[in-house]
Design a protein around this ligand. Structure first.
Ligand code: AMP
Length: 215
């Protein structure tokens, strides 16, 4: 199954994509994670992307298109995948259609998660990530703000640089201007599951699995 999970930053795409990836046994491809890893390892891609990602701007479409083509042409993606964070612009959606045609994939299923901006700003500014296991959590859910609830590591929960308030506002502006129109591109081309991302996490997962016809 080829799935795109679509929605504003902070709506829960990464969390849900990880769960679906495990349940369906397909790789989770997060372009944000790939870029953050490249920045950490100071690769050529990382050097090009660093300042752009820190400001919450978009990495150019040609760079992102090449990266996605390499990733989804790989052996591990041949039985499907879930794309998280791509496509983020109309040109990226067109690039993806061309790659799907070349590789012989059917139209993707699009999971669209929505939530109001104020819910998102609140969520993102209290989001924390574990540097040890990659778990994404929220300060409001933590009994002990110093311990990862997933792996138990201490002092590993950190705030992403781009989850600071000014950067969040820029990311949301870009989402509304450049990314939101992508959903129009898929209307009539792909099955779209429209899900309320403000619902509790388990309920969002349940609705996604029901929509995908998997239980
Ligand atoms: P994310 O973790 O998906 O919120 O992505 C973090 C940051 O990586 C974004 O704010 C962008 O700077 C960059 N990024 C991720 N995916 C893309 C994409 N498809 N196109 C352009 N930039 C991207």
């Amino acid at each position: 199954m080829e799935i795109i999970i679509f929605g504003a930053p902070g709506v829960g795409k990464g969390t849900q994509a990880k769960i679906i990836s495990q349940k369906l046994e397909i790789p989770h491809i997060s372009t944000g994670d790939i870029l953050r890893e490249a920045i950490k390892n100071e690769t050529e891609l990382g050097k090009k992307a660093k300042e752009i990602v820190q400001k919450g701007d978009l990495v150019p479409d040609d760079i992102m298109g090449g990266l996605i083509k390499d990733t989804i042409s790989s052996e591990e993606c041949k039985n499907g995948f879930i794309l998280d964070g791509f496509p983020r612009t109309l040109p990226q959606a067109e690039i993806l259609t061309n790659i799907f045609n070349e590789l012989g994939f059917e139209n993707p299923i699009v999971i669209k998660l929505s939530a109001d901006d104020d819910v998102i700003i609140k969520r993102l500014s209290s989001r924390r990530v574990c540097s040890n296991c990659g778990y994404i959590t929220n300060l409001s859910e933590l009994k002990d703000p110093d311990t990862c609830p997933n792996c138990g590591a201490k002092g590993t929960l950190y705030q992403r640089d781009d989850d600071k308030e000014e950067v969040i506002k820029n990311r949301l502006k870009i989402f509304h201007e450049s990314t939101a129109p992508v959903i129009e591109y898929y209307k009539g081309k792909a099955k779209i599951l429209d899900i309320d991302g403000a619902l509790p996490m388990d309920e969002v997962t349940r609705q996604i699995m029901e929509g995908l016809g998997v239980n």
